[in-house]
Write a protein that binds this ligand. Sequence first.
Ligand SMILES: [Zn+2]
Length: 433
Amino acid sequence: MAPSPAILLKNGRIIDPVNKIDKRGSLLVENGKIKALFTSRQKAPSASKLVTFDLTGKWIVPGFIDMHVHLREPGEEYKETIESGTRAAAAGGFTAVACMPNTDPVNDCQSVTRFILEKAATAYAKVYPVGAISKGSTGDSLAEFGEMKEAGAVAVSDDGMPVLDSQLMRRALEYASSFALPVISHSEDLGLSRNGVMNEGFLSTSMGLVGTPRVAEEIMIYRDIALADYTGFPIHIAHISTAESVNLIRLAKNKGCRVTAETTPHYFTITEEAVRGYNTNAKMNPPLRTKNDIKAIVAGLSDSTIDAIATDHAPHSMLEKDIEFDKAANGIIGLETAVPLTLALVRKKAISEARMVALLSVNPAKILGVEGGALTVGNAADITVIDPKKRFVYREEDIVSKSHNSPFLGMKLQGRAVLTICSGRITHNDLDR
Ligand SMILES: [Zn+2]
């Protein structure tokens, strides 16, 4: 690849909670790295070979890291590819994504991990492969963690499926810790959730649909916390959706248990009401819950019970979504809507700007043990520029992802990433639009 030109990001509001910076200033990017940071009192350099952006009114923040996406490659390239998925990531303000192993074949060995990383070499964002916990993610026997780690996997998970066998999960925690691999749990009791297609409650009954009770999620989170507590090894809980899940994690953290958790923008933005009309773009697992759950999740995001916002970006084509609700696939795309949906919480003062950056960058980097999360001079230049005021309607024709399955289509949103820089390379530029 040709060397990228030096870039000067001028007059933006620099928000970097790690370095305790929240002030107007400028950043100089050179040779893929952050070369210098100037606050307003110092004078930024001016040179003829610089690409300069005047970012008055915009935020300059450490590149966002989505620790939970599905890129569908290998195996389901008609839904998404590593290239199209990372283009969507860049368009949404992400400089890195961690991709779940439920591809075809499952990423449970070094050849699949290597394949993903080879494709990622020319992608629009850094790609961190997550290897499977069990071979084929069938829950029967552990995959080769060491082999996958050596090939470049950053974590292990059977996401899409829970690890039902508690002994296998215990062994996974022990085995993963010897390779310093975080374990990410998709917490779901399949006995309780079997056949469920939406949140169990009055609405599911009135729509004649089988519900998934909230306790299907909570019971497994409780087990996962108990295993982390017993073994002393850390565990990360994926996509939490209920008020009681937040409570369980809060209690566990207060007790000193090494648990971290993520939620997604859809769980703090919309409720099961979105399913009305049998809208398959509102079908996901775990399902959308209620207003009370949203309240608890927002409280958890604010008080650090929940560590990260991930999207669980799950592209599906019309083939899987334009069918009966019962039969439709679970999941929605999320990379291009995460920033505006999270900014809505900032505008409501439910979370601060710095907290937003922690949830989308600092903490995902920390949990996965990857670079990023700070605008420290010398770091790789992974930078997201946000226009918090920009209003737009989320339209199908503007979607960068190959798939269009989103419940937010047609919604008026505010704030978005207008410039994304990954290792000094501009991967998204929407400043002139
Ligand atoms: Zn999952």
